[in-house]
Design a protein around this ligand. Structure first.
Ligand SMILES: *[C@@H]1O[C@H](CO)[C@@H](O)[C@H](O)[C@H]1NC(C)=O
Ligand SMILES: *[C@@H]1O[C@H](CO)[C@@H](O)[C@H](O)[C@H]1NC(C)=O
Ligand SMILES: *[C@@H]1O[C@H](CO)[C@@H](O)[C@H](O)[C@H]1NC(C)=O
Ligand SMILES: *[C@@H]1O[C@H](CO)[C@@H](O)[C@H](O)[C@H]1NC(C)=O
Length: 597
C-alpha cells in the first residue's frame, strides 16, 4: 500500500487582533448592564450595530412540515474492515477497527508489517497478518489507509486524552490486557502504538471513561471480570479494584447482561454506572458506592448481550451544568440470549427510561420508542436532540443472534412534551446489526459503518452478510432550504496568553457569518466525540455553553463572547466540537480545546 497524504485543511483557531479592534467600540452588553445605559448611547449603538442577545435556551427546532426525515449517502463500498469500533479524531479522520481473529478482511496487504510478502497461498489467504484490521478514514479524501495492529483489540474500549491522542484499552486473547495509543497526525503516517505496560485484568467487553484528573481514564468490567482500574497507572495504584456491583448484576445463563456497562461522568465528579437493570453513583477516588438508584422498570436487560444504549442529555450553563440526566433506550427481552441460541429471536424492548442522577430524588420516567430496538446507537446531535440509529428489532447481541434490522433511525427531542418527542426518520436499505457503529462528524452528518453477525467475513449464503459499506445519514437540518439560516465561517478566538486552548471558566470568542438576522435562539454547544462500539458511545457528552454577548458587525459577521465550562467534572480536558446553532440549524463544527490551567 502506498501511504496516502492528507489534504485535510483544518481551520485552526487563531487570535485575530484586527478583529478585536473592529469590535472594540460597541462593548458587548449583558442583559443586566443594558438598562443602565443612557438612551442616546444606546440608540447610537443600535444605529451603528445591530445588537443581539444570546438566547441560550433551547427551543423547538425550526418548524416541522412533512418530508424532513433526512437522507442517506453511500460514501464507500469497501471500508476494508468492519466498523466494529469507530472514533473521530480532531484532525477530522475516523479510526475504524475490527478484530484480527477474522483472518481475512476486505483489505488485503501486499506485505505483512514485518516485511514478509503475502502470497496467494491457502495459508496466507487466512493469515490475519496479511490483512488490515484497522483503517484511518479521511473524510475530505473519502479514502481509507491501513493501520497496523499487533494484538487483537476485539470488543475493546477507548477514551481521548487531553491532547487528542486516542487511548484504547483491552481486547481479546493476547490483546486483552493491552493498552494502545493512536496519536492523530496531519501527514498520514501515524499508526497504533502498543504500550509496554499491561492492564491488571483482561478487559474484553469493558467500558472506558475519561476522568476529571488530567489524562486519566477508568476501565470498568469485562467478561468474567468484576473490577475496574485506572490508565495510565499510578505507581501507588498498580492493581485493579473489585466492584461487587458487577457481580450482582450478572445473569449467568444469559451471557452476562452487564457487559459493556454504561459509564457516565456526573457533574459532581462521581461516576454513574449502569449494568443490566441497575445503576449506582460511584466515587472512584474512595472506591465507594455513593448511591444506588432505583431499578429501571420493566423486564428485560439493557447491557451486552441485551445491548440497549444510553446517553447523558446535554448539560446546560443555565444551572452551571449541574443537572445530569441519563437516558437509556432499548435492549433485549428476558431470556433473549438462550432463545437466540435455539434460533428464536424474541422481540426487543421499546422502552426508554430517563432519570436525573443529580439532586436527591431519583425516578425513572419511562416512555416508548416507535418500535422495539436493540443493538442501537444513541448520538447527541448538534441541536441537542438524540438520534437512535442502527440495530435490530428482535434477538440480542452475538453472532447470528438477531433478526429484523431496524432500518429507520428515530429522532428524540428531549424538550418536547411527553408523547411528542419521537419521530421516525428516513429508512436505509442496509442492515446494521451486531458489530456496527455510528459517529457524528463535524459537518453534522452521522457516519454509519459495520455490521457482521458472522464470525468471519461472509458475503454469501447468510441472512445478514458482512457489511463493509460506509454510509452517512444526513439529518434534515443539513437540507439546502436552511442554508440561509446556517451560520457560516465559524472561527474560534482564544484570549491572548493561552497556548492553543481555553481554560476552565475563561472567556473566548466565536466569530461567524450569517447573511440574515439571527433567529431568536442562537445556541453554542461543545461536543466530546465518543469512542463507539457495541451500541455504547464512551465519553460522549454535550455542553450548552454560556454566551455573554453577541454583536453583529458589518457584512453579516457576528462576534459572540462565550464562557468555557467551569470545571473538568463537567468537561474533562480535551478536544470538543464547537457548533453554532441558529434557530435549530447547526453550523459546521470547529475544534476547541479545553485545557487545564
Ligand atoms: C458502489 O458500487 C455500486 C455497484 O457496483 C456502484 O454503482 C456505486 O457507484 C459504488 N459507490 C461508491 C461510492 O463507490
Ligand atoms: C512475519 O510474520 C509472520 C506471520 O506472523 C511470521 O510467520 C513470520 O515468521 C514473520 N517473519 C519475520 C521475518 O519476522
Ligand atoms: C499525548 O499524550 C500522550 C500521553 O502522554 C503521548 O503519548 C502522546 O504522544 C501525546 N500526543 C501528542 C499529539 O502530543
Ligand atoms: C466563508 O466560507 C465560504 C465557504 O466555506 C468561503 O467560500 C468563503 O471564502 C468564506 N468567507 C470568508 C470571508 O472567509
Amino acid at each position: 500500500m502506498t501511504p496516502m497524504h492528507f489534504g485535510f485543511n483544518q481551520t485552526h483557531s487563531s487570535i485575530n487582533f484586527s478583529f478585536f479592534l473592529f469590535f472594540s467600540m460597541p462593548i458587548p452588553l449583558s442583559m443586566e448592564d443594558k438598562k443602565h445605559f443612557p438612551l442616546a448611547f444606546k440608540l447610537m449603538v443600535v444605529v451603528l450595530f445591530l445588537l443581539l442577545h444570546c438566547v441560550c435556551f433551547c427551543t423547538a427546532v425550526a418548524g416541522s412540515s412533512g418530508g424532513k426525515k433526512g437522507k442517506w449517502q453511500l460514501l464507500l463500498n469497501n471500508t476494508g474492515v468492519v466498523g466494529m469500533h469507530m472514533a473521530l479524531t480532531h484532525h477530522g479522520t475516523v479510526i475504524i477497527f475490527d478484530q484480527i481473529g477474522v483472518g481475512q478482511s476486505g483489505y488485503g496487504l501486499r506485505r505483512r508489517y514485518n516485511g514478509t510478502r503475502c502470497m496467494n497461498t491457502q495459508h496466507d489467504l487466512t493469515d490475519w497478518s496479511c490483512f488490515a484490521h484497522s483503517v484511518e478514514y479521511d473524510m475530505s479524501l473519502n479514502k481509507v489507509r491501513p493501520l497496523r495492529l499487533d494484538t487483537d483489540p476485539w470488543c475493546s474500549s477507548g477514551s481521548f486524552l487531553s491532547n487528542g491522542t486516542l487511548l484504547q484499552t483491552g481486547g481479546y486473547g493476547r490483546g486483552s490486557r493491552r493498552i494502545r495509543y493512536f496519536r492523530p497526525c496531519e501527514n498520514g503516517h501515524c499508526d497504533w502504538r502498543q504500550s509496554k505496560t499491561l492492564l491488571s485484568d483482561d478487559r474484553w467487553y469493558a467500558s472506558s471513561q475519561i476522568l476529571p484528573e488530567k489524562d486519566r481514564a477508568i476501565v470498568v468490567g469485562g467478561r468474567q471480570v468484576f473490577s475496574y482500574e485506572f490508565v495510565p497507572k499510578l505507581h501507588s495504584n498498580h492493581r485493579s479494584f473489585d466492584l461487587p456491583f458487577l457481580h450482582r448484576t450478572t445473569n449467568k445463563n444469559e451471557g452476562g447482561n452487564n457487559l459493556y456497562p454504561f459509564v457516565h461522568l456526573s457533574s459532581d465528579g462521581n461516576l454513574f454506572i449502569f449494568a443490566n437493570r441497575d445503576s449506582i453513583l460511584f466515587n472512584y477516588k474512595r472506591n465507594r458506592v455513593v448511591k444506588s438508584f432505583p431499578r429501571i422498570p420493566g423486564a428485560g436487560s439493557r447491557n451486552y448481550p441485551s445491548s440497549g444504549s444510553s446517553v447523558i442529555l446535554p448539560l446546560d450553563h443555565g444551572d452551571r451544568f449541574h443537572k445530569v440526566e441519563v437516558m437509556v433506550c432499548g435492549g433485549a427481552a428476558s431470556g433473549a440470549h438462550q432463545a437466540a441460541e435455539q434460533g428464536k429471536f424474541l422481540k426487543g424492548l421499546s422502552s426508554c427510561g430517563r432519570m436525573v442522577i443529580t439532586g436527591n430524588t431519583h425516578k425513572w420516567n419511562m416512555e416508548n420508542m416507535p418500535g422495539p430496538r436493540l443493538l442501537n446507537d444513541m448520538l447527541i446531535l448538534p441541536t441537542g436532540d438524540i438520534l437512535i440509529i442502527n440495530g435490530a428489532k428482535r434477538g440480542c447481541a452475538g453472532w447470528k443472534n438477531a433478526a429484523d434490522p431496524s432500518l429507520q433511525p428515530y429522532l428524540y427531542k428531549p424538550k418536547k412534551t411527553l408523547g411528542r418527542r419521537f419521530s421516525v426518520l428516513k429508512s436505509t436499505k442496509i442492515a446494521r446489526m451486531y458489530h456496527s457503529s455510528a459517529i457524528l462528524t463535524p459537518d453534522g452528518r452521522v457516519l454509519v459503518a459495520g455490521s457482521n453477525p458472522n464470525n468471519k467475513y461472509t458475503f454469501r449464503n447468510v441472512r445478514y452478510p458482512t457489511e463493509l459499506r460506509l454510509q452517512a445519514f444526513v439529518p434534515a437540518y443539513m437540507d439546502r432550504q436552511y442554508h440561509n439560516t446556517r451560520p457560516g465561517n465559524v472561527s474560534i478566538h482564544y484570549g491572548s496568553g493561552t497556548n492553543g486552548g481555553v481554560r476552565y471558566g475563561e472567556g473566548f470568542s466565536v466569530r461567524f457569518w450569517l447573511g440574515k438576522k439571527p433567529s431568536k435562539t442562537v445556541e453554542f454547544s461543545a461536543y466530546a466525540p465518543p469512542f463507539t462500539t457495541h451500541s455504547i458511545s464512551m465519553n460522549q457528552r454535550m455542553l450548552k455553553l454560556r454566551c455573554k454577548s453577541m454583536v453583529r458587525g458589518e457584512g453579516g459577521w457576528i462576534n459572540a463572547a462565550l464562557e468555557a465550562p467551569p470545571s473538568p467534572n463537567v468537561a474533562p480536558s480535551g478536544y470538543y466540537m464547537l457548533t453554532v446553532i441558529n434557530g435549530g440549524i447547526p453550523s459546521i463544527s470547529q475544534w476547541i480545546r479545553i485545557i487545564h490551567a
